[in-house]
Design a protein around this ligand. Structure first.
Ligand code: FE2
Ligand code: FE2
Length: 236
């Protein structure tokens, strides 16, 4: 996308930041363009606006951490391009690994050093981090934190219920313990997501700024679900 269009990477008017023009910026622009086309038809909980928010958080945390912002911005745009494969396989395919595969031909053509190109791919592959592929560079740690932050707090609550609706889950499933319920079923509720995943996210943050933001979001999210259960039972 040309800067003369007066839009940002996301096609929105009135950009908050206009990247400096140059070879590095061309990589970021190419990553943004490639990623946006990969999100056509995505469901709301993992749509293009999630990538948008992750990019904004990467700007904030990456600046504080002294990250290579070209690597970080490129990886942030590309990090979830494998998501469709994971959704279509009901979780059977890891979208981080698929995303790296999909991004490699594009990133290999970037006019960057081999180390920087490999770092972009490492960021994509490690952003999910569940046992394998831990984030090993500052850029990967920043992307990991930014992505996790978008899963908690007020946005995290909203996304959890949006995802539950997408898979046909109920509002709440008080008759089954979250630990005994299955993903992608009617019991894959927002509260289940909170109990099994979101309540543990703050413990996994890898940067100082990420930890600080996660603490605030965790407190809000916990208060929300306490209130939710009280209201569900008619106690409020
Ligand atoms: Fe992801
Ligand atoms: Fe993501």
């Amino acid at each position: 996308m040309d800067e003369s269009t007066q839009t940002d990477h996301f096609g929105a008017a009135a950009p908050r930041r206009v990247p400096t023009a140059g070879p590095d910026d061309a990589c970021v622009q190419a990553a943004a363009h490639f990623a946006r086309s990969a999100f056509a038809g995505f469901r709301g909980s993992h749509a293009w606006d999630h990538t948008h928010r992750v990019c904004r958080l990467c700007e904030r945390i990456g600046t504080a951490e002294g990250a290579d912002m070209t690597v970080l911005r490129s990886a942030a745009f590309l990090h979830d391009i494998g998501r469709m494969a994971q959704d279509e396989s009901a979780g059977g395919v890891c979208h981080a690994e698929r995303g790296e595969q999909l991004a490699r031909p594009l990133v290999d053509a970037f006019a960057l050093s081999p180390d920087r190109r490999e770092n972009i791919l490492h960021c994509i592959r490690s952003h999910r981090f569940r046992g394998e592929h831990p984030p090993q560079t500052v850029e990967a740690r920043v992307l990991f934190d930014a992505d996790k932050l978008d899963a908690i707090g007020a946005v995290g609550v909203a996304r959890a219920f949006l995802f539950a609706g997408e898979v046909g889950a109920r509002l709440h499933a008080p008759d089954i313990r979250p630990e005994e319920s299955q993903p992608y079923t009617e019991n894959d509720t927002g509260y289940r997501e909170f109990r099994l995943k979101l309540s543990r996210v703050r413990e996994r943050m890898l940067t100082a700024e990420g930890r600080r933001l996660a603490e605030e979001r965790h407190r809000f999210m916990t208060r929300f679900f306490e209130r939710f259960l009280d209201e569900y039972d008619g106690n409020q």
